[in-house]
Design a protein around this ligand. Sequence first.
Ligand code: FES
Length: 124
Amino acid sequence: MSGKEDIKHLLKISGYSNIAIEYFLEKVNVGEIDNPDAYFVHTGPCGDTMAKFQAIGCAGAFSSGSALTEMIKGKTIEQAEKIEEGDVIDRLGGILGQKIHCTCLAKKTLKFALNEYRGQQKDG
Ligand code: FES
C-alpha cells in the first residue's frame, strides 16, 4: 500500500466514514485567506485548534472543518449559524462517538468567527 492508502486504511478501520476520509485526505477548504473579514483561533478541550480553516488537529477536525466550510458557502450569516453539529455529522455520513467533539470544535470556531465579524461590523 502507498502512504495515502495506508492512512486511508487506518482511518477506515478506526471507524471514519468514506466521506470523512476523503475530506481529510483532500484537505477541502484548508488554507489561508488573504485579508479575511474576520477570523478566530479556538482551541478545543482536547488541545486541537481550528482557525478559519486551518487546523492543528486530527482527521475528525479536518473532515468536520471541510464539511462545515462546504456547507456554509453561499449562505447568509444567519443561515450559517443555524447549522448544527448534527448537520455536519450527517454530511460526513456519521462520525465516531469519541470524535463528536471534533465537530464541535469546527462549529464553535465558526460561531466565534461570526461573532468577531459582527463585532467588527458594529465597530467599523
Ligand atoms: Fe481534538 Fe479531534 S481530537 S479535534
